[in-house]
Design a protein around this ligand. Structure first.
Ligand code: NAD
Length: 416
């Protein structure tokens, strides 16, 4: 049964014991997790509900990356083989051309207020623009700290949506949240302003919450890969063609962007940021033309070199959320020597571009399976029960056999 009365009030140890009782999972399996009273578990217990422990994922460091002329070692949290290696390789191949350059655009995060039952939504929109100073002081009073640091509400945008008979006004609060991702800051402002909008307009406010389509917080990154370093103009042409395929076909674009997000999500996760927020924003941005499209653009320049560009909504912070509460997130920010959210956004976006370069290069030349499966073989060996040195030896044998499957790994283990 799935109802456990009072589960949320139990201690972590009590929850673990009860879980064993209810599900039959052995206490030895639960014991492989950290102790019930180590610092991280106690922090976790304050971050989410009904905690029974923490869940470990590999944390790797991508080397060779240069972002805006500064070298950076990038922590990445991912369970997928080849993701960290792809960034190391792709970054190494653009060192000679200066690494990745980035830029930022937009005023900040967007908070949405939906206004219904208006007789004249356009007139209300105009009226709200005239009240901008009043709106600013109401919203900014919600977050004096943010305002003191130079952030706060910067503008309002209005949109009328719906059918002619059922028009709604959507008010966008554009808030510079500086070094914070900003969801809480923006949500508080949206909820605080809502009753004023009802009073001024005579309408009824529906939802009031941040939009994850953070297209007022865009980071772009560009880089050049010299043809002679990446294998010649044939490779450049093949990568450009692979990019073109993703522009023509949403089936391909989805996988193309999944590859971009392999890198992006791994760094977002490592820094304690909200992976779902960044992913939702990226995919919605990819579909902004009406057709789901690639997040990157690949071109051959006049000298025959490969040029890549990426553009992403990048709602990440170095304060707020779990970024400060999680000790590993703090360590990861320190590894990158980051002291502002824009630098973090630049690094994450650069990683997305470099990740995509490596994936396309592999796909357009030898295919990804050779490199990918070599690493994946170790996962398969572990799944088959190999431990210690056996993991490498079983993986190597499967690679030699040219067949990487769990049943083969089990057979090889039996032969040990
Ligand atoms: P927060 O409210 O914890 O912290 C941000 C606050 O920190 C600011 O409002 C400001 O007062 C203060 N601050 C101090 N120094 C600052 C600086 N240099 N720059 C900016 N602010 C500074 O965090 P948040 O970023 O508002 O919210 C992020 C959290 O909200 C994440 O955990 C996210 O998962 C969660 N969330 C997301 C959504 C969504 O994405 N739809 C919705 C709700 C909550």
């Amino acid at each position: 049964m799935s109802r456990i009365k009072g589960f949320h009030n139990m201690s972590i140890a009590q929850r673990r014991a009860r879980l064993c009782l209810e599900t039959g999972v052995s206490s030895a399996l639960i014991e492989h997790m950290n102790s019930v009273d180590d610092e991280l578990t106690l922090t976790a217990d304050r971050l989410v509900e009904n905690v029974i422990g923490t869940y470990q994922l590999p944390l790797g460091i991508a080397t060779n990356l240069i972002v805006d002329n500064e070298p950076v070692l990038v922590p990445m949290v991912t369970e997928e083989s080849s993701v960290v290696a792809a960034v190391c390789n792709g970054a190494k191949q653009c060192v000679e051309s200066g690494g990745v350059k980035t830029a930022h655009e937009g005023l900040g995060m967007i908070g949405q207020i939906q206004v219904l039952e208006l007789s004249d939504p356009q007139a209300t929109a105009g009226d709200l623009q005239e009240r901008l100073d009043e709106i600013k002081s109401i919203c900014n009073a919600c977050d004096p700290k943010l305002v003191e640091l130079g952030g706060g509400l910067k503008a309002i945008h209005t949109r009328v949506i719906g059918t002619e008979k059922n028009q709604q006004l959507v008010v966008h609060l554009i808030v510079n949240t500086l070094d914070a991702m900003g969801a809480n800051a923006v949500n508080t402002m949206s909820e605080t302003l809502a009753p004023y909008i009802e009073k001024w307009s005579g309408g009824r406010v529906g939802l009031k919450i941040l939009s994850n389509l953070a297209d007022e917080r865009i980071t772009s990154a560009t880089a050049c890969w010299h043809a002679d370093i990446i294998g010649g103009e044939g490779v450049v042409d093949a990568i450009v063609q692979a990019g073109e395929f993703s522009r023509l076909d949403p089936y391909r674009a989805t996988t193309h962007n999944k590859g971009v997000m392999n890198g992006v999500t791994a760094v977002v996760q490592a820094t304690g940021n909200d992976t779902r927020a960044v992913e939702a924003g990226a995919h919605a941005y990819a579909a902004r033309s009406g057709q789901y499209s690639p997040l990157t653009l690949w071109e051959k320049d006049d000298a025959g070199h490969l040029r890549g560009k990426i553009e992403l909504p990048m709602a990440v912070g170095i304060v707020g959320g779990a970024t400060r509460a999680h000790p590993s997130a703090q360590m990861c920010l320190q590894i990158m020597n980051i002291d502002n959210a824009k630098r973090l956004a630049s690094i994450i976006t650069a990683v997305g571009l470099v990740q995509n370069f490596s994936a396309l290069k592999a796909l357009a030349t030898e295919g990804i399976q050779r490199g990918h499966m070599a690493l994946h073989a170790k996962n398969i060996a572990i799944a088959a029960g190999a431990t210690g040195e056996l993991i490498d030896s079983i993986a190597t044998k499967m690679i030699e056999l040219g067949t990487i499957r769990e049943d083969i790994a089990i057979e090889l283990l039996k032969g040990k």
